[in-house]
Design a protein around this ligand. Structure first.
Ligand code: SF4
Length: 336
């Protein structure tokens, strides 16, 4: 069980010597601003949003690659945001990450055997026979078989899909309980994407690991995710069962995202996404709803009052119009 509570990651706008003199020295980029969720054993949570919404920063904190500014990450009851060196080694046995770029996340001078065996060596395994046995098993699990065909090859001789399988083999060789996959298919050809999605889903089913699947691509989440968390400007704006959110989105931002998914039926048109502009910067808090400047149904109070996540028809959503049943809400455009 992974339990994330009020996770925050802020960065200073200016750093180093410039910060001593800059008028912006007290300003912060609020990359992640109070995110909470749980993921159970054998469950896949999709974290979805546009570039810059904070999903990749969340992924890095979950994988122990960034320290949170505030909040907690508990994995099987242990607080992962306050690890000593010995605990950190154990943490990396439990939690592994698959990165977006299968080219950049592998040392090009290492062959396949060295890449896959590295986590075992890092954990102190010295038995060469045991290392080889586990490398072969991990490669078989991800479909790089027969493994002997690949072991001595260097990554540049593999295709993009094979490299991502290699990264997944490296991630699962320690039998982690928790895998974070940050946009694992965004740099792959369309023909290979679905193979990698199906592979991740099969690994979850066979091993019972928990998976956090980070993506900007809502078209893939119905295949792999049990639940979704939609992020906007560092916060979760809607979260619940994937099927419920995909078939009946509640938050105006989720509706717009889903409207932008290409229809699988040739020639069919989805309802157009009625949002304008780009996501604002995460530096200046609006004081109200972060989506207010782009929301087609915003009302006056949205600019001055921030909505909290509240229960709405089987999911949680942060929108004033959903929180108030039968609101006397008048869209801004219709107000005087
Ligand atoms: Fe739109 Fe207001 Fe709801 Fe925010 S709170 S999503 S601005 S209606």
């Amino acid at each position: 069980m992974i339990e994330v509570t009020d996770l925050v990651r802020h960065y200073p706008v200016v750093t180093g010597l410039r910060a001593l003199f800059s008028a912006d020295r007290h300003k912060l980029v609020r990359a992640v601003d109070g995110v909470s969720f749980r993921v159970g054993d054998g469950e896949v949570l999709g974290i979805v949003g546009e570039s810059g919404c904070g999903k990749s920063t969340t992924a890095k904190m979950l994988a122990g690659l960034e320290a949170p500014t505030a909040g907690s990450i508990r994995i099987n009851g242990q607080d992962a945001s306050d690890l000593r060196d010995r605990d950190r080694k154990e943490f990396h046995r439990e939690v592994q990450m698959v990165f977006q770029d299968p080219y950049g996340s592998i040392n090009p001078s290492h062959d396949v055997f060295q890449v896959v065996s590295r986590p075992l060596v890092y954990q102190g395994e010295r038995d060469r026979k045991a290392i080889r046995r586990r490398v072969l098993a991990a490669m078989d699990q991800v479909g790089l078989s027969p493994p002997d065909l690949y072991l001595g090859k260097h990554p540049h001789l593999l295709s993009g899909g094979q490299r991502q399988r290699l990264c997944i083999a490296r991630a699962i060789i320690l039998n982690p309980t928790f895998l974070v996959a940050d946009e694992p298919i965004s740099m792959l050809d369309v023909s290979i994407k679905w193979d990698i999605i199906r592979l991740l889903r099969r690994l979850v089913r066979e091993t019972g690991l928990s998976l956090i699947y980070i993506t900007h691509d809502l078209a893939t989440v119905s295949t792999i995710c049990d639940r979704l968390a939609i992020m906007y400007l560092g916060k979760i704006v809607e979260t619940g069962p994937a099927l419920k959110i995909l078939t009946a989105p509640a938050h105006p931002y989720t509706k717009a995202l889903i409207a932008s998914i290409p229809s699988p039926v040739p020639g069919a048109r989805r309802e157009a996404a009625d949002i304008k502009g780009a996501m604002p910067d995460a530096i200046t808090p609006t004081g109200g709803c972060g989506f207010v400047d782009r929301c087609p149904v915003a009302v006056k109070r949205c600019a001055v009052s921030e909505p909290a996540l509240t229960r709405y028809q089987g999911r949680d959503a942060a929108c004033h119009l959903l929180a108030e049943s039968g609101p006397a809400a008048v869209p801004i455009a219709m107000e005087a």
